[in-house]
Design a protein around this ligand. Sequence first.
Ligand code: ADP
Ligand code: ZN
Ligand code: ZN
Length: 804
Amino acid sequence: MTVAKVIVDVPAKQTDRAFDYLIPEHLENIIQPGMRVIVPFGPRKVQGFVESIESDSPFHSLKKIIEPMDLVPVLNKELLLLADWLSGQTLCFKISALQAMLPPALKAKYQRKIKLAGRDGLHELSETLYSLFNGKEEVLWEEAIKTASLTSIQKEVKNGKLEVVYEVQSRANKKKAKHIYSLLSAEQLQAAADSLNKQANKQQQILEYFMENNEAVEQKQLLSLLKTSNSVVKGLIEKGVLAEKELEIYRDPYKERAFERTSPLLLKEEQQLAIEPILDTVNRNKHEVFLLYGVTGSGKTEVYLQSIDKVLKKGEEAIVLVPEIALTPQMVHRFKGRFGDKVAVMHSGLSVGEKYDEWRKIQRKEVQVVVGARSAIFAPFENLGIIIIDEEHEMTYKQEENPRYHAKEVAIKRGLTHQCPVILGSATPSLESFARAQKDVFTLLTLKKRMNDNPLPAVEIVDMREELREGNRSMFSRVLLEKLKDRIEKKQQTVLFLNKRGHSSFVMCRDCGYVVKCPNCEISLTYHQYNNQMKCHYCGHEEVTPSNCPECSSEHIRYFGTGTQKVEEELAKILPEASVIRMDVDTTSRKGAHEKLLKQFQDGHADILLGTQMIAKGLDFPKITLVGVLSADTMLHLPDFRSSEKTFQLLTQVSGRAGRHELEGEVIFQTYTPEHYSIELASQQDYDRFYHSEMMIRKSHAYPPYYYITLITVSHEQLMKVVSVTEQISQVVRQKLSPKTVVLGPVASPISRIKNRYRYQCLIKYKQEPNLKSVLKTVLDHYQGEISTNGLQISIDVNPYILM
Ligand code: ADP
Ligand code: ZN
Ligand code: ZN
C-alpha cells in the first residue's frame, strides 16, 4: 500500500500534524510530495499538502485521497522542510507556513485548466489528447480528465507540452485591452500602401508594421511604437484595412516596456574590495552573511548586479528583496536592464494573476532572478547562488500576520541550505545586523564614498521652541517658509515630509520640548484622553498628565499630533500661490495612484510634494532642492524602543532626497528636541556615532540586540477575560523560564482596543531561553479550546517589530 502524509487545510491545534491517507491505485504514480490534494476530512472535503509518501501506516482503515489538485509539485523538498522550520520558529500552524510560500492564486478559489504549453507541442500529443484540445488552447480540468487519463496528462506536463494553470474565477482579474489587427494579407497590405496618397505617411507606417507583424497588437502599444494618433488608425479601420477587438493581455506588467540593456561598469576600488569576498563565497559554494554598509549612491546596486552576474554564469539563481515601496519602475529597470528576460518581478501592486504568472516563470525555470518584496524569499528556485536584501533595516521584511516571519531569517536559513552567500545592504543598517557584523557573525563590507562625489546636502535644524517664543505659532518655521517661497520663485521643487505614524498621542511641552517618559522603560508615555492619564505600554506605569512642564514649568504642555490634510490647508493659507501634491494613505489608496502622483510631480506639475513615509524612498528628481521635515521628532515619541533608530533611519533617508543632481540641496529639520542624538546625528549623517549611542541605551534597558524579545498579545471582547488570561500567561511564563529572563506584563497594549476587542500584552526579554518555544506552545495549546470556541485570540510574535 502507498500512503501519503497530508497536512490538511484546517488551521487548528488538533490538525497541526500530518494525517495518513491511502493513495488509490490509479493515483499511485501521480501523487508526489509537495502536491496539493483533496481529501475527506470528517464530513467535509478539504485541501491538503502531501508532505511525504510512505509504504506503510500504523493506522487502520485509512481514508483515500479523492484527487490531486496539481500534476507537478507546487513545493519542492527544500520548501517543505523550510515550512517545518518556519512553523517551529514562528509558532504558526504548518498549514499556514505552507500556504505562505505560495502565490495567492494558489490559495484562492480558482479554476483549474489544462493548457497547451507551446503551439508546436500539439502535433506530438497522443490522439486522445489531440482531439481533446481540437484547436483550443486550454480545456477545463474536469473536462480533460473525463477524456484522458491523469497519467497521460501528467506525462505531457512533465515533457513540458501541457501545463496545469489556476485561474482566479472572478472576471475582474482578467485584463482585456483593445487590440488592432490587419484584415488583409501582406500582399494586400502592400497593394493598399501603394494606393495610398503619398502624404499619408503615418498610415503608410502602420501598414508596413502589419506587413511585418501579422498578429494583433495592443492599440496603446501600436500608437506609442509608431508615435501616431488613434485617428490615423481609425482611418484605416474605416477603410476596412484594420479592425479592432478586445483581447486578454498577457499579464507581464513589464513585458511591453523595452529595457535598454546595460553592461557591467568598471568597479571603483571600494566596490572591488567589497565584491571580492562575495565572489569568493560564490566560487567556493560557501554560505556567509555579508553586511554591505554603504551610503546612498555609493554603488551598492552595481555590486549586487555583478555578484548576480557571476552566479548566473555558474548556472545558479538569485533572489533580490527590496522594500515594497522601493519597487519602483526605476529599480526594476536596473535589474531588467542588466538581465533582461531572466528577471521575474513580484510585488503587491500586481494582480493575483500577474503574481501567479511571475511565480510560474520561476517554477518553470524560465527566469533565474527574482526581484521582489518580502514573500519573494520563498521563490521556488532549486539552485540558489545568492540572496540579496536591499535596505535590510526596513520593517516591511517582517510579516505582521501569521506566519510572523522575518525575511532576513528565512534568507539566512535558505542560504545555509544552498550554501550560498546572503548580502544585506543598507546605508543605515539595523542595530541587530550591525552588532552582528561587529561580532564577526556577519562580514562587514563598507562603501564610504558616493559615486558622484557630491557632498551630502547641508541640514539645518530649526528649534521650534524658539519659534514659539518668538511668537510664531504656525507649523512652519520662518526659515522654512522663506526657503519655500524662494523655491517657488526659482521654479525649483520642495518635498515636505510629515511623519504620520507619530499620530499616537504623546505629551510634549511646546516650550522646552520635554516629553514625559516612563521611569522604567525609557519610552514615551501614551496619552489617554478619557481619564487624562499617561501610561507606559510596556510595564503599565501610569501617571496623571501634568498641567505644567516638570522641566520648565511652562503651561504649554499638551498632547501632540498633526495630519497631512491639516498641513495642506495651512499651506493653502500661507502660500496660496504654491501648487501642492499630497501623498498619503488617503490619496494613494487606488491602484496606480502612487506612481501617477509621483509622475505629476516629476513632470513639474507642482511646487511642493507633501507626504508621509511613502515619499521617503526612491525619489530621485533633479529639481528637488529643498526637503523640509515638519516635525522630526514625532516618531521619536512612539511607545517603541526602536523609535530613535527609526527616526535616525528615516531622517537620513529623507535628507538624501535633496540635491542628488547638479543643483545643490538643502534640508530643514523642524524639531522640539534639537539636542536629541538621533536628530543631531541624522543631520550629520553620522551612522557610526548613532550606533554607539543607541547601543548604550539598548544595553542599559535590556533591549535587542543585547536581549531577544517576544511579545504575547491577548484579545477578546470582554476586558475581564483578557486581563485574566494575560495574567495567567504571564505567571506561567515567569515560572517556566529562567530567573534571568524579564517578563513585563500583563499590561494593556498601546492600541488597547481594536474593533471592540480589548488587547493586553506580556513582553518577554531574554538572552538565552532554549525552552521558550515549547513553553509558548504549551500556553497556546492550553487555550486552544477557548480560541476555537469563544473568540479568544492569542498572538505570539517572536522578535516583534511592532509593539502596539
Ligand atoms: P546605491 O545602490 O548604493 O544607492 P548605485 O549602485 O545606485 O548606489 O550607484 C549610484 C550611481 O552610481 C548609479 O547611477 C550607478 O550607475 C553609478 N555607478 C555605480 N557604480 C559605478 C562605477 N563603478 N562606475 C561608474 N558609475 C557607477
Ligand atoms: Zn517644558
Ligand atoms: Zn514602563
